[in-house]
Design a protein around this ligand. Structure first.
Ligand code: FAD
Length: 354
């Protein structure tokens, strides 16, 4: 069995941010990632996906993402940056290693992988959400004979030319997929609640500043007036602005059932579709931790900041606000990673003295 002080499961931006601080600590660590190459979830994003913020607002700790020709860096530029970051800091990663199961031992954790058993004293799970696309349960979904896919598996609009497509979901994925597919197909947008758009001039920088203001208010015990910052959800990236100009951002409130050929709208009428694209979000990719009996139905685990409340040597990084403000972003995860490595060091020192 291979043994380390710390193992990080994952290999995306969150794992790299943790590794940056671990490299400085001199602890014996290893990242295990099931992908064949660098990039984490960005490897699977649709071809035209860009960041919400310019490069200088999208960097991991220590080393800035190079400036992009476009205002917001492209998916391939993000992947290239993550690869270069790994090389620059000589981050220790084994790929592809899939962690199938984790069990508690008297002095840490035992990991069952496709490459055999690993042991560590501290475990950091940084596996993101991409592997857990969420599709709501809707009556009749199994009857539909057309094509259904989740945005997690959407690449580009090539397969949808001339088709009748239903895009479901009022978040950023829904708006961006609708914007792209409506250039080549007849698209209807189904949403549960009215889409809320950010002003055109507001991008990810502002969202990050809001998250920071909230974080600092909470740290200093001050009241945070969320209404003052209620800006909306959808970032007006250029393709969404362009779709608005074409009058393509029309929406219908959600359907009540799916049929063999389409959907039934709330007024009882049926409309036919060739394709349904679900842009309905994700759960958390924590199946590998199920044997620890701490994972809820959404994949969430009870934590204080990133530290599991059930097991002191277990940390969860990068999943969203429940593991640290803005921790699911390139710029935000650095703060969570720094705190996590500090807590892990304290935990290991305490254990050595025991
Ligand atoms: P991931 O990138 O998902 O990496 C996790 C890694 O762990 C993957 O390689 C995965 O295969 C691996 N893994 C999972 N399970 C196991 C296992 N059992 N064993 C081994 N390996 C495993 N973020 C920004 O910062 N800026 C943006 O502008 C931005 N825009 C976005 C737009 C959209 C539409 C979406 C959907 C996301 C956007 N994000 C953005 C968020 C960002 O893509 C993710 O939050 C980010 O990829 C999370 O990083 P991570 O390292 O936590 O997880």
């Amino acid at each position: 069995m291979t043994s380390y002080d710390i193992i990080i499961i994952g290999g995306g931006q969150s794992a790299l941010a943790c590794a940056y601080f671990l490299q400085r600590s001199g602890l014996n660590y290893m990242i295990l990632d099931d992908q064949p190459m660098s990039g984490g979830a960005w490897l699977h994003a649709w071809d035209s996906l860009t960041l919400f913020s310019p490069a200088e607002y999208s960097s991991l700790p220590g080393w800035m993402m190079p400036k992009s020709e476009s205002k917001f860096p492209l998916k391939d530029e993000v992947i290239a940056y993550l690869k270069a970051y790994e090389e620059h800091y000589k981050i220790k990663i084994q790929r592809p290693v899939l962690v199938k199961d984790v069990n508690k031992t008297s002095d840490g954790f035992e990991l069952e992988t496709n490459e055999g058993l690993y042991h560590c004293k501290v475990l950091i799970s940084a596996t993101g959400t991409w592997k857990k696309p969420f599709i709501p349960k809707i009556t009749g979904a199994e009857l539909f004979t057309g094509k259904q896919l989740h945005s997690a598996h959407y690449k580009n609009s090539d397969d949808f030319k001339g088709k009748k497509v239903l895009v479901v979901g009022s978040g950023n994925s829904g708006a961006q997929v609708l914007a792209e597919v409506s250039n080549v197909a007849t698209v209807v947008w189904a949403v549960q609640s009215k889409p809320e758009y950010l002003p055109d001039e507001v991008d990810g920088r502002v969202l990050f500043n809001v998250a920071s203001a909230k974080y600092h208010a909470m740290q200093s015990g001050k009241e945070f007036d969320a209404t003052q910052y209620s800006l909306g959800k959808i970032v007006m990236v250029p393709p969404v602005v362009e779709a608005r100009e074409r009058n393509a951002l029309l929406f219908n409130l959600s359907f009540k059932a799916i049929t063999e050929k389409g959907v039934i709208w709330p007024d009882g009428t049926e409309e036919m579709f060739d394709v349904i694209i679900w842009c309905t979000g994700f759960k958390y990719a924590t199946d590998h931790l199920k044997s620890l009996n701490i994972v809820d139905e959404n994949g969430k685990i009870e934590t204080i900041e990133t530290k599991s409340t059930a097991f002191s040597g277990l940390f969860l990084v990068g999943y969203g606000n429940w593991t640290g403000f803005a921790s699911a972003t390139l710029i935000g995860v650095g703060r969570s990673a720094k705190q996590t490595v500090k807590m892990a060091e304290e935990y290991l020192n305490l254990n050595i003295e025991d």
